[in-house]
Ligand binder design. Structure first.
Ligand SMILES: Cc1cc2nc3c(=O)[nH]c(=O)nc-3n(C[C@H](O)[C@H](O)[C@H](O)COP(=O)(O)OP(=O)(O)OC[C@H]3O[C@@H](n4cnc5c(N)ncnc54)[C@H](O)[C@@H]3O)c2cc1C
Length: 406
């Protein structure tokens, strides 16, 4: 019989293990991880840089104390984003592995938790391993390549917990027919709004990445947290509106350019010697220094400017529709990229059934549930790792306190 079995060797499981060992070193703690190593997803976070927490995240003081204590040097950037000083997710994972070894946590890799039963006062894992306490730190369903395929939901349900339907979030958005627009690879700054049945339900400014299937970028990822819809209505109840000039820097520019090009065109026509000079052709060339050509073409299309009109043929009134178009470029989402591309899960074990101070189940004594397996999700910016550390630390502290008292 061991004291604590921790199912899942991600950040929340490792944090729980280290916290227990700090407070009660004599307890026998084992991490059961189905991958060949702990922290595989952690290694891939933040594009390998690991946005490890956010100063605005709940319980940040506890998290930053924990990271420092475990020998992880970090630095705070704009918007409270916290990264390891070396900006390497691999360094963080290696350091945690070392700390698990140093503190005497047993790590069983290649061990898949398939069944969990409550038998009298202990938990029996896979029909043979007995433990006094159990931490379910099995993650959600996002990034299945890292070992998270939703096992935690099945096991939590088996133990009597309710699970709010998991949905992939922090993921790109698909738009039908996007590849034909030639926007793939364009990056632009702007303000993105999510409109649901005419009402703005979310907006955020930042970099928008146009891809071959649709839209990506941090503000698009965060927007997916707000794209809940009924099955019957589908995603067509949403519009994505992009304001490419929220600071209104280009209004006068567009007006002036239209006038200048037209006047120049007229002057050229009147001048025998310059007759062949043709500085502008397609209307979108007007926006050359503002947007990439394919984006300008889409702006003109949405402004209702016919493709065969040249810049010289535009009249002053066209500036209004062009400006309105790039200030409210609209797309209808046709899909949200699935688990493979998602960075997080929305939904999970109901928070009502878990004590927020200790991560302990309100249904079963000695059972703790942590990290992404819970019905918590945060935006990009370190909030999800912060939640994993925090809930793991709380579980570890509560288990050590309980074990020392009893
Ligand atoms: C590509 C990517 C980048 C990300 N970048 C960031 C970032 O920069 N900042 C941020 O805050 N968040 C980021 N996230 C989200 C963050 O990684 C997760 O929210 C966090 O790892 C959750 O921690 P966890 O311990 O709850 O679960 P996980 O890290 O998912 O760990 C769960 C562990 O349980 C194991 N497991 C699952 N089932 C079983 C089983 N049956 N038996 C045994 N073991 C099992 C898994 O193999 C896994 O190791 C990113 C996610 C992805 C996919």
């Amino acid at each position: 019989m061991i004291d604590v079995a921790i199912a899942g060797g991600g950040p929340s499981g490792m944090a729980a293990a280290l916290e227990i060992k700090k407070r009660a070193p004599e307890l026998k703690v084992v991490i059961l991880e189905k991958n060949e190593a702990v922290g595989r997803k952690l290694r891939a976070t933040g594009n390998g840089r690991c946005n490890i927490a956010n100063t605005e995240s709940e319980g940040y003081a506890l998290v930053s104390d924990f990271l420092m204590r475990e020998g992880i040097a970090f630095r705070v950037y704009e918007n409270g984003l916290v990264y390891p000083f070396s900006e390497s997710a691999a360094d963080v994972t290696d350091r945690l592995e070392e700390r698990l070894k140093e503190s005497g946590v047993m790590v069983k890799t290649g061990y898949e938790v398939k069944t969990v039963e409550r038998v009298q006062k202990c938990f029996v894992i896979n029909g043979r391993l007995e433990s006094r306490y159990l931490v379910l730190a099995l993650g959600g369903k996002a990034g299945p390549a890292f070992g998270t395929i939703g096992d935690g939901y099945r096991l939590a349900r088996k133990l009597g917990h309710s699970v709010i339907t998991p949905v992939p979030i922090l993921t790109p958005v698909e738009i039908d027919g996007f590849e034909v627009k030639g926007l793939n690879g364009i990056r632009a700054r702007g303000k993105v709004s999510l409109i649901r049945k005419g009402e703005t339900v979310y907006c955020e400014s930042g970099e928008i990445q146009f891809t071959k299937y649709g839209l990506s970028g941090i503000c698009i990822f965060n927007m997916t947290r707000h794209m809940r819809y009924d099955k019957e209505e589908g995603l067509s109840c949403f519009r994505i509106r992009i304001d490419l000039d929220p600071e209104r820097m280009l209004d006068a520019f567009v007006k002036d350019e239209i006038r200048r090009v037209r006047e120049n065109g007229e002057a050229i026509k009147a001048d025998e010697e310059r007759k062949t000079a043709k500085p502008y052709e397609a209307a979108e060339a007007l926006l050359r220094t503002a947007f990439r050509p394919a984006l300008s073409r889409e702006i003109m299309r949405q402004a209702g400017i016919p493709e065969d009109i040249t810049a010289e043929d535009l009249y002053d009134e066209a500036s209004e529709s062009i400006v309105s178009s790039f200030r409210a470029l609209e797309f209808t989402p046709s899909g949200i990229k699935g688990w493979k591309d998602a960075q997080c899960t929305m939904g999970g074990v109901s928070l009502e059934e878990v004590d927020a101070d200790t991560s302990e189940s309100r249904l079963i004594d000695g059972l703790y549930i942590t990290g992404e397996l819970l019905d918590y999700d945060g935006p990009c910016g370190g909030y999800n790792l912060a939640n994993a550390w925090l809930t793991g630390i709380k579980a570890g502290k509560a288990i050590a306190d309980d074990a020392l008292q009893n």
